[in-house]
Design a protein around this ligand. Structure first.
Ligand code: ADP
Ligand code: MG
Length: 326
């Protein structure tokens, strides 16, 4: 049986960062009592933690490479939603056993994404227990430029990145709520299991957008957090929601339900003044990320859904909630 230290050494300690991924913020990584980070002068640290628990956040038979990717992706997505640049992360792991095939695949998925974003693993903790993965990411942003949830202003336009509802489509296929052909199930599963954290878009939006959030629990619920924190309301054009070609093959009501309430998309929802439209488009181009304008922030509290001709769209909004959903 692999000892805790041999396990850390073999799967999570790397002698030198890969070429081009050196991160000057890391003064000391794995192996001491603490890691040491040096943030850029004039910057603010952005810190976020997310935990993934087997049976709750992922399926027991889930591919370990995809899980390594997703565990880090959901954390990087929080940095993206703040407009922060990733620096480093820590990994706390509870493992039922030291399964080396699993560890090799998990660390491969984890480091592939970490390297893409020059984000170094600088520490963690390893213990025996039901499979649980807890990552804390550290990022930085220019002081005063964070994309805070409480920063939306009346008159701002509301934008989202990418397409919405694809991860929910994958879940529906897996649960056999609907039947999908193999190719669609595969493409949708990629969106659910290996989401793309919108780091470069978040960075490009710093100083341009007002408020932002990443969509982990569905657009309606997550936009609701911006509205609550910013003490305002919003009107969305239901026909403007970006729907992928694969979701467009489903009935229109289901498309909208998945786009509004489906979790796990990890796209960004953000607000920006009308005067910043060109700057938002430029940020999208610079980060090679599609963005779509879907509505605006109003003084009247609450979330309203309209059709393109401005007639109200009747819809009962529910969002994913870990404590109200079995
Ligand atoms: P301590 O007892 O001081 O908490 P540990 O024995 O738990 O230290 O860990 C030894 C070193 O290995 C520390 O630098 C810690 O950050 C690192 N470490 C432990 N588990 C992990 C892990 N899963 N991934 C990365 N680094 C880890
Ligand atoms: Mg420890």
């Amino acid at each position: 049986m692999l000892s805790e230290f041999a396990l850390i050494d073999r799967y999570f300690t790397r002698s030198a960062p890969p070429a081009g991924s050196a991160n000057s913020a890391i003064q000391l990584g794995i192996g001491d009592d603490c890691a040491l980070l040096a943030a850029t002068p004039g910057s603010t640290l952005a810190i976020s933690t997310d935990m993934l628990v087997e049976g709750r956040h992922f399926f027991t038979d889930c591919d370990a490479t995809a899980l390594g990717h997703k565990a880090l992706a959901v954390n990087l997505s929080d940095l993206a939603a703040m407009g922060a640049r990733p620096l480093a992360f820590t990994l706390a792991l509870a493992l039922p056993d030291a399964n080396e095939v699993w560890l090799a695949r998990f660390s491969q998925g984890l480091f592939a994404l970490a390297d893409q974003h020059h984000c170094a693993l600088v520490g963690g903790d390893t213990t025996k227990g039901p499979l649980t993965i807890c990552i804390t990411v550290f990022g930085e942003l220019i002081a005063g430029q964070a994309l805070r949830r409480d920063a939306a202003q009346v008159g701002d336009e509301i934008w989202v990145s990418g397409t919405l509802g694809d991860a929910r489509l994958a879940l529906a296929g897996r649960r056999a709520e609907i039947s999908l052909d193999a190719a669609t199930q595969h493409s949708a599963a990629l969106r659910m299991d290996q989401p793309t954290p919108r780091i470069s878009l978040g960075l490009a939006l710093a100083g341009v957008a007002h408020a932002a959030i990443d969509i982990s629990d569905g657009l309606a619920g997550d936009l609701g957090h911006i509205l609550q924190r910013s003490r305002c309301g919003a009107t969305l054009d239901i026909e403007a929601l970006p729907i992928s070609p694969m979701l467009q093959q489903q009935a229109i009501d289901l498309q909208r339900r998945f786009a509004l309430c489906g979790g796990d998309d990890y796209e960004l929802c953000f607000t920006a003044p009308t005067s910043a439209r060109a700057a938002v488009q430029a940020a999208a181009t610079r980060s090679a990320t599609m963005v779509t304008r879907i509505g605006q922030i109003d003084a009247a509290l609450g979330l309203r859904l309209q059709q393109h001709d401005r007639s109200p769209y009747p819809f009962h909004l529910t969002s994913f909630d870990h404590f109200s959903t079995p």
